[in-house]
Design a protein around this ligand. Structure first.
Ligand code: NDP
Length: 264
């Protein structure tokens, strides 16, 4: 049996094309069956839902994801809800969100926070008993990250603070973190003065900034000022690298689990 992942890309967002290519390549490298569907930017919601139905019924496909963002004529929530929860390897279907929140092991965690957790655990950083501060409360990073860290389970048992754009004095919260996880989408916003000496810093942010010296005219930077913060932190994840590759690894891991479960 070969685990199979289908990725649907609607439209021509350049960053999405890069992510989808990377996911397809990672599947092939791991020996998984990989299907990439590229749909026109004018695809209607009905057409997209019909494609999802086909993949839901395909026995060779164990995981399905629709690369976000989708064009504005399409309701992203309806798309996520159409994927069978057993094939929702992105972990965005409300059934999986709920399972992760209540600590049910058979739900799929979203790949990015699951990757952050593996990054911590495999670097010998156990969140148990630590104060974890998360900057950002999105449904794909901040909220599921908090949900994983607060569980009474391995990789959890942290005390969690979640900050967002309405949090007064973000820096004061950040500075109290033993583990600081940053997912706000603002280039180099977290500076050394916002970090407690010896803290572990995980940078989820991926931002394109103009760079006349780069071949493509831009370079990728995180939400953390790596040069400054790396002098204060005990451990820090880089951008590029760090969380990005872990996200893809966890997507493959979820696909493998989906396949094992379907063939059990
Ligand atoms: P969103 O834009 O959905 O969420 C950003 C969050 O940050 C929001 O909760 C927002 O608050 C908060 N925020 C924004 N500006 C500030 C500020 N100045 N002060 C405090 N809080 C602020 O982003 P995502 O969660 O989707 O992504 C975050 C970053 O992570 C991006 O750079 C993205 O590219 C990257 N990313 C990387 C992945 C990877 O695989 N490496 C995967 C997913 C994302 P509010 O809710 O109040 O608006």
């Amino acid at each position: 049996m070969r685990p199979g992942l289908a990725v649907i890309l609607v439209g021509d967002d350049p960053a999405s094309h890069v992510y989808v290519r990377m996911k397809g390549r990672a599947c092939e490298e791991a020996g998984m069956h990989s299907v990439t569907m590229r749909l026109d930017a004018a695809t209607s919601q009905e057409e997209l839902l019909a494609q999802i139905d086909v993949l839901n019924a395909d026995p060779l496909i164990h995981g399905i994801l629709v690369q976000m963002p989708v064009p504005k004529q399409i309701d992203a929530d309806a798309v996520v809800r159409r994927i069978r929860p057993e094939k929702d390897v992105d972990g965005f279907h409300p059934i999986n969100v709920g399972k992760v929140f209540i600590g049910e092991r058979d739900g799929f965690s979203p790949a990015t926070p699951a990757g952050v957790l593996q990054l911590l655990l495999r670097s010998s950083v156990d969140p148990a008993g630590k104060h974890c501060v998360i900057l950002g409360r999105s449904n794909i990073v901040g909220k599921p990250m908090a949900s994983l860290l607060v569980q009474n389970a391995p990789g959890g048992n942290a005390t969690v603070t979640v900050c967002h754009s309405r949090t007064p004095d973000l820096a004061a919260h950040a500075k109290r973190a033993d583990i600081l996880i940053v997912a706000i989408g603002r280039p180099k916003m977290v500076t050394a003065d916002m970090v407690k000496p010896g803290a572990v810093v995980i940078d989820v942010g991926v931002n394109r900034v103009d760079d006349p010296n780069a071949k493509k005219g831009y370079s990728l930077v995180g939400d953390v000022d790596f040069a400054g913060v790396s002098k204060v932190a005990s451990k820090i994840s880089p951008v590029p690298g760090g969380v990005g590759p872990m996200t893809i690894a966890m997507l493959l891991s979820n696909t493998l689990r989906a396949a094992e479960r379907m063939h059990a």
